[in-house]
Design a protein around this ligand. Sequence first.
Ligand SMILES: [Zn+2]
Length: 385
Amino acid sequence: MSADPLSIARDLLRCRSVTPAEGGALKYLEGVLKSAGFEVHHLAFSEPGEDLVENLYARIGTQAPNLVFAGHTDVVPPGDEKAWTHPPFAGENDGTELYGRGAVDMKGGLACALAAVLDHLAARGGKPNGSISFLITGDEEGIAINGTPKLLKWAAEHGEKFDHCILGEPSNIEALGDTIKIGRRGSLNGHLIVSGKQGHVAYPERADNPIRGLVTLIGALQAEPLDNGTEHFPPSHLEFTTVDIGNKTVNLIPGQARARFNIRFNDTHTLDSLKALMTQRATKAAGGKIRFAFEWEPSNAGVFVIQPGPFTDMVTAAIEEVTARKPHLSTSGGTSDARFIAAHCPVVEFGLVGQTMHAVDERVPIADLRALTTIYRKIIDRYFG
Ligand SMILES: [Zn+2]
């Protein structure tokens, strides 16, 4: 099997694995990993009313430490395929760049990890000095219910232990080597509901307009910062996204008013402490006069961060040697599957450059594929060194 990241990425891009379709991508990985001596588990998870999702866990070696490469083979839809310079599922390159949906997010990153691992194994007579695993989901771009969380649960139930994980999401902003992600903010969606008493606008004394109370509480919840930021995170942030009364009648005072909001939060808070803080602030502002309630949408997006140390130092050094850039240790951006993995072992996110992800003409410089493979190879060599 060739350990060329370009040909592996090309083969993966040719699989039409738009979430939640498997598209042959996991089967391809399974074949490559099996022929390299990995024990491969191809796992399908489902839940009533949700799509069946295929996932893969593969491991070579039985000893600790177990270094895990995590990622996903699913991609977002290509949009208008005619708008692409090269077709989104053809795996074509123009000699400089490889085009296709998933080129950077994240089949390209997976191809680099696989090539680096195959090279490392070939240089070590086929066996690692410990264990190397791949934890790959087909459901990252979707609702992430039947993907990584269930895969991790399965692994824990089967006695699998992880020591460190590299998630190959496109972490870099402008150039390969500029950013490693060492954590992510949490995300919480809530509804604020204020109840009043419906009535005729001409007789306000007989009614109780909930809009007044809602406006007061919206103001109060945003009046003070949630915190001042922490060592690795910016301040937490609350944003109202909609206010809904739904009243079509000109002379009617409504009985209820609702608003929806999202909070992106740092490691000052947990999901539970944040809910308590919101309730406390609203209670104070309501002063016993406004009848309100919160409804919280279920969230599996808690905050996490790994403290910089020997592992992040090793990753940083490998990146610097290959790219001559000193990566910024960042916690920016939305959520990723790293939030689930972080409960099992330290995880860093480092992959390709994210510029064209989810866009028409998603593409990756072939030079980046080769450089990322070299970086991963250095990390693996040193990890087991
Ligand atoms: Zn991704």
